[in-house]
Design a protein around this ligand. Structure first.
Ligand code: SF4
Length: 245
């Protein structure tokens, strides 16, 4: 690979209905992440992405062109897209072709998110909030500069771009109260999505044996979160089940 293009695209879905609020979109998965969440179900993208075959840019260009009459939306997910400087090159390229762009991020690079928002390079940002801020290292498996996490949360809540927060509730790692603590912290946010844990292909193999909460339990937790957040939208779970984020 040469020139400006070093954005490591390791997966691509031509059309998806679950990655952008029920809108049809194409989805790019980039390799690499600065976190090591033990429950992550993208372990190959995080730990072994250099060994994964890169999806050729020409294939992506051709596919986006072919599906253009059905979708004008592209989701960039990972891994963690903001660790790559070439993210700007990629989104500028999509914007030149008049695609709408959604970014999925762990919120660790507010400077990158701010610039993307300020320059009108993203139309939607979905940020994973891993758990209550005071214990953030526990959820992420690495030392985290929580001031940066809080900065990204604050800048999204400025409403300069459409956004949502998401939290994956993992039995044994999180308690129910952790979800309520995050809900309190995010009070005033427009959308908070408490999603199920998927015990598959986990970064820490021990988590593959952890049973997800029953649907009724998740529903009860979402109702309690909705009561705390009052005005926020608390969607039911819609997640991909194929091992990609
Ligand atoms: S869950 Fe997201 S932030 Fe955590 S390791 Fe996986 S890709 Fe990175």
């Amino acid at each position: 690979m040469s020139g400006a293009y070093d954005f490591p695209i390791k997966g691509f879905i031509e059309t998806s209905f679950i990655d952008w609020k029920h809108q049809l979109s194409s989805v790019m998965f980039c390799g690499g992440c600065n976190f090591r969440c033990p429950f992550c179900h993208n372990s190959d993208l995080v730990l072994r992405h250099e060994a994964l075959v890169e999806v050729p840019l020409s294939y992506i260009d051709d596919t986006l062109h072919r599906f253009r009459k059905w979708t004008e939306r592209v989701v960039i997910t990972g891994g963690e897209p903001t660790i790559h400087n070439s993210l700007f090159w990629m989104v500028e390229r999509l914007k030149e072709r008049r695609f709408m762009v959604k970014l999925d991020t762990n919120g660790s690079n507010p400077r990158v998110v701010r610039r993307l928002v300020r320059e009108g390079l993203v139309d939607f940002v979905a940020m994973d909030v891993k758990g209550p801020i005071p214990r953030y290292d526990r959820w992420c498996g690495v030392d985290v500069d929580t001031a940066k996490i809080e900065e990204t949360i604050s800048l999204l809540m400025e409403n300069a771009v459409d956004y949502e927060f998401r939290m994956t509730l993992v039995p044994f790692l999180h308690t129910e109260d952790d979800a309520y603590e995050v809900a309190e912290y995010l009070r005033g946010a427009k959308r908070f999505f408490v999603q199920d844990f998927i015990p598959r292909n986990t970064l820490n193999p021990a988590y593959a044996d952890v049973k997800a909460h029953l649907p009724e339990k998740m529903q009860a937790i979402r109702e309690q979160v909705a009561a705390i957040m009052q005005h926020a939208k608390i969607p039911d779970s819609i997640q991909r089940q194929d091992g990609l984020r």
